[in-house]
Ligand binder design. Structure first.
Ligand code: FES
Ligand SMILES: [Fe+2]
Length: 334
C-alpha cells in the first residue's frame, strides 16, 4: 500500500448508500482492501475486512443469521462488532481463541451514505448544513465506479473552465469560456472555495432546475472542497430556488474510484413538470447526464493527477485545484 493510502485510511470515505444495505451483505473496496458490511438487528452497521480470521474466506459470500455473519467456509459466526460467537467444529466449553475476533471497522451514516474510516479519524465527515435545514429535501443517487483516480476527479469537480467543452451536450454554454477572477475563501465551517455569478440561458430542462423565471437568468454559484475528496457546489437562482450538489469520491486503487453525488433543493421536488414527471426526475436526469460527460472525459486520463510542483501548467482558472493540491499534499505527507 502506498504511503498516501496509509494516511487516507484515517479519513472518512463514502463507500455505499444506506439503501443498498437494507437487507443485504455488501462487499466494498477501499484503498486497495476489501471490506464486508452488514446490517445488524438494531439497525447499526457491522464492518470488517472481507477476510475470515480462520482460513481467509470472503465473509461477504456468507449469510446473515439474526444480524450475525456466518462464514461460508466452516461456518464461524461473527457478531455485530466482529466478535467471534461460535466455532461449529469446536467442542462445547472450549474458549474462542482471541485472534478469532475480527477487527471492527468504524462506520457512520450521513446523507443517505455509509462512510467508513479504516484507521483513526483525523477529521469529521464533511458537514453539509442543508441536511439539517427543513426547507431542503435530499435526493440520493447510486454509487458509481469510475476508472479514474480520485485526485483527477476532485480536480474536475473544482474546475469550471471545462463547462463549455466537456458539457456542451448538457448545460455548457459555448460562448462563455472566460472564467472570472477567482477569490478563494472559507465558504462555511467546512468547505473552502470560491463564489461567482454567471448569466445562464434559462431554457428547457434548465428552467425546471431554476424554478422558472426569464430566459436569461442570474445564477450565483459557489464551489468548495473538504479534504480529501469532497466538493459542495451551491447554485442560487434569482427565483429563490437553491440547489446543493455534494460530490464525493473514494479511492478503490490507483486509477479507480467509487463516486456518488447527493442533491438538496429548497423547492417542491414532487411537483409535476409533465404528466408522471416530477422536478426530482427532471433534475436527476440532467445531473446524471452531466456526470456522465465528466466520466467519459476523465476515463481518458491516465493515472493520478501529478502533484509535484511544476508538473502541470496552471492558469488563473485552476486556482481552486492548485489550492486543493497544496493542502492535499500536506495531508498525505503529514
Ligand atoms: S474460513 Fe471462515 S470459518 Fe473457516
Ligand atoms: Fe464537469
Amino acid at each position: 500500500m502506498s504511503n498516501s493510502y496509509q494516511i487516507l485510511q484515517n479519513y472518512w470515505h463514502a463507500v455505499a448508500t444506506s439503501k443498498s444495505l437494507e437487507s443485504d451483505i455488501l462487499s466494498v473496496k477501499l484503498l486497495e482492501k476489501d471490506y464486508v458490511l452488514w446490517r445488524t438487528p438494531d439497525g447499526s452497521i457491522g464492518a470488517s475486512l472481507d477476510i475470515c480470521s480462520h482460513r481467509q474466506a470472503p465473509l461477504s459470500k456468507g449469510h446473515l443469521e439474526e444480524g450475525c455473519l456466518r462464514c461460508p467456509y466452516h461456518g464461524w459466526l461473527f457478531g455485530d462488532e466482529g466478535q467471534c460467537l461460535e466455532i461449529p467444529s469446536a467442542q462445547k466449553n472450549l474458549p474462542i481463541p482471541p485472534k478469532a475476533h475480527l477487527e471492527f471497522i468504524q462506520t457512520q451514516e450521513r446523507y443517505g451514505l455509509i462512510w467508513m474510516c479504516p484507521g483513526d479519524p483525523h477529521s469529521p465527515i464533511p458537514e453539509v448544513v442543508a441536511e439539517n435545514d427543513d426547507s431542503f429535501t435530499r435526493i440520493n443517487t447510486e454509487m458509481q465506479i469510475w476508472n479514474v483516480d480520485s485526485t483527477r476527479m476532485i480536480d474536475n469537480m473544482l474546475d469550471i473552465s471545462h463547462f463549455p467543452y466537456t458539457h456542451r451536450g448538457t448545460f455548457g454554454i459555448e460562448q462563455e469560456t472566460v472564467v472570472p477572477k477567482i477569490n478563494l475563501e472559507q465558504l462555511d465551517e467546512t468547505f473552502f472555495g470560491y463564489g461567482y455569478e454567471v448569466k445562464i440561458n434559462n431554457v428547457g430542462a434548465t428552467k425546471v432546475m431554476s424554478g422558472g423565471g426569464d430566459d436569461v437568468l442570474k445564477l450565483f454559484m459557489s464551489t468548495g472542497f473538504a479534504l480529501p475528496f469532497s466538493v459542495l457546489s451551491t447554485m442560487s437562482y434569482e427565483t429563490g430556488v437553491e440547489q446543493k450538489l455534494f460530490m464525493t469520491a473514494a479511492p478503490i486503487q490507483e486509477g479507480k474510484s467509487v463516486y456518488t453525488f447527493v442533491l438538496w433543493r429548497n423547492d417542491d421536488l414532487n411537483a409535476l413538470v409533465a404528466p408522471n414527471r416530477t422536478i426530482a426526475d427532471e433534475v436527476l436526469e440532467l445531473e446524471l447526464a452531466v456526470v456522465l460527460e465528466d466520466q467519459m472525459m476523465l476515463e481518458k486520463l491516465k493515472g493520478r493527477l501529478p502533484l509535484e510542483h511544476g508538473a502541470l501548467v496552471d492558469v488563473q482558472a485552476d486556482k481552486p485545484s492548485l489550492e486543493w493540491r497544496r493542502r492535499y499534499k500536506e495531508l498525505i505527507s503529514s
